[in-house]
Write a protein that binds this ligand. Structure first.
Ligand code: 2BA
Length: 109
């Protein structure tokens, strides 16, 4: 058995959740925050049998888009804040960041 941890953008989370329910994958959805952008994202925990991993990865890929996002860097530490003009920079946020973990035991009590 595997545990899939998928970090996705909030904009894609409802679509992915509906697709998971429709295809019969059981999932837990957690509200999370990206360490870099410090913006909300969504983490799905999905426990599945090994032979379903590829099907699930395709489903995640098909339902999550990568997007450009603008961020404004904070002023430099110790610098002259008056002279500092923050310029927004663009980063590409991926459709999904996915970890596939092996599960030693799965119990439901
Ligand atoms: P954030 O940490 O908010 O990162 C959002 C996007 O900012 C990243 O998109 C990446 O394009 C960019 N970014 C992140 N760290 C950067 C840095 N030090 N310098 C320049 N650009 C940087 P993704 O890579 O698609 O990641 C989307 C979200 O997935 C992340 O949100 C984070 O919540 C999660 N994530 C990504 N890699 C992870 C990892 N190795 N472990 C745990 N969570 C991860």
């Amino acid at each position: 058995m595997k545990l899939i941890l998928a970090v996705v953008q909030d904009k894609d989370s409802n679509r992915l959740q509906s697709a998971l329910v429709k295809t019969g994958f059981q999932a837990t959805k957690l509200a999370s925050t990206g360490g870099f952008l410090r913006a909300g994202n969504t983490t799905f925990l999905i426990g599945i049998e090994d032979d379903k991993v590829d099907e699930l990865l395709k489903l995640i890929k098909d339902n999550c888009e990568s997007r450009e996002q603008l961020i404004t860097p904070v002023s430099p530490m110790g610098g002259n804040a008056d002279a500092y003009m923050p310029h927004p920079i663009e980063v590409e946020v991926g459709g999904a960041t996915v970890f596939v973990l092996s599960v030693d035991q799965f119990k439901q009590y």
